[in-house]
Design a protein. Structure first.
Length: 84
C-alpha cells in the first residue's frame, strides 16, 4: 500500500505524530498518511469536510474513527480570540 501514497503524505503524518499528545505507533503511519492524502485531496477539490466525511475517510484509510481523535481542536495556547 505504501507505493500508492506519495511520500509527502508520510511527511505530514510524521509531523502530525511529533505534535500528538498520544504516541503514534509505526503500524499507524501508513493509514495516517492515507487519511491525510484523502483529506487534502478533498480540500483541494473544495469539498466539504464534515464529521461524517472524516469518519468515512478514516474508515477508508483503515483507521478506527472511534478510537482515533483526528479532529483538530484549537488549544488554549493557540486561541486566536481578541480581547474586547
Amino acid at each position: 500500500m505504501n507505493h500508492d501514497i506519495p511520500l509527502k503524505y508520510f511527511d505530514i503524518a510524521d509531523e502530525y505524530a511529533t505534535e500528538c499528545a498520544e504516541p503514534v505507533a509505526d503500524a499507524e503511519r501508513t493509514p495516517l498518511a492515507h487519511y491525510f492524502q484523502l483529506l487534502l485531496t478533498r480540500l483541494m477539490n473544495n469539498e466539504e469536510i464534515s464529521e461524517e466525511a472524516q469518519h468515512e475517510m478514516a474508515a477508508e484509510a483503515g483507521i478506527n474513527p472511534i478510537s482515533a481523535n483526528l479532529r483538530v481542536e484549537p488549544s488554549e495556547e493557540c486561541d486566536a480570540s481578541v480581547p474586547r
